[in-house]
Design a protein around this ligand. Sequence first.
Ligand code: NAX
Length: 330
Amino acid sequence: MNVTVTGAGGQIGYALLFRLASGQLLGPDTPINLRLLEIPQGLAAAEGTALELADCAFGLLASTTITDDLTQAFDGVNVALLVGSRPRAAGMERADLLAANGRIFGPQGAAINAGAASDVRVLVVGNPANTNALIARSHAPDVPADRFTAMTRLDHNRAVAQLAAHFDVSVTAIEGVAIWGNHSASQYPDVFHATVRLKSGERCFVRDLVDERWLAAEFIPRVAQRGSEIIAVRGASSAASAAGAALDHVHDWANSTPSGAGQWTSAAVVSDGSYGVPEGLISSFPVRSVAGHWRIEPGLEIAEFSRARIDASVAELVAERDAVAALGLL
Ligand code: NAX
């Protein structure tokens, strides 16, 4: 399998590549050709990482290519992890940020369109992830739209971990959490369908054990602003947890999720119009992976509390889409 990682010289790249090459993405029987895409000033860091990858002597790592050439990076790619992006600099206007990323994700989408394998799966991690994925998708008309996704699995994992800590149970006791909308502070971590298996062994709905004040004042901000908390405490943004979530996302996409009630996960996928999210937007939903495709979980009842929050995050995505469309990036 050909796996391309962009921004490979960055900190998520450093946290991701070793786990990937050890088989945590595609399993212990699938050899991997790694393609590390960087911009010229990032090539040396990617080369350093590649030296260490070699020193790990991973049996599954068939080859490592380091390049700043899009055609070489995406030729025959099966899994594309688009991590490198243009971060927001101090004083940068939103339109400038979107334009700078449009210049990255448009050409990457076009290179995927031109050279990728027919089964290509794309996960955009680099922010603004949902809209970057939308831009890449719009430049890849020959690739099925559902192959373009953006990462909200880290937000999902954070929500699960926060609930587990709140109830003093293992993360495995929590099911049915969903992240809706944008991977931004407007995201909505939804627990209205979530359940917890308490230490007594009883499984309860989370909504019966917490009140809306706790959700609005503590849980939702904690999850949505966890990235800022990590920066404040660690002095650098999330890297290992982001890498872990990227592996979870692609692993589940390729392997299916369990079929039991509430055993879905969250990913930003192309909307089919479900739950009032405009068709074509790349928005986070509760999803299951079935036979290699993400399926939006149908038929969930949306509480009034949730509706307003989902709509607010989706409105932000619509505004981002309209802004990049106005810039001619779609
Ligand atoms: P770093 O700044 O450590 O690394 C980014 C790397 O990307 C750099 O080496 C840079 O040279 C490279 N790069 C920039 N433009 C490129 C291009 N056009 N082609 C190839 N490489 C390019 O950032 P890092 O901490 O690794 O984060 C990467 C991205 O992930 C950021 O956009 C960040 O905001 C985003 N995140 C997204 C998360 C999510 O849940 N979706 C969570 C973690 C993270 O914040």
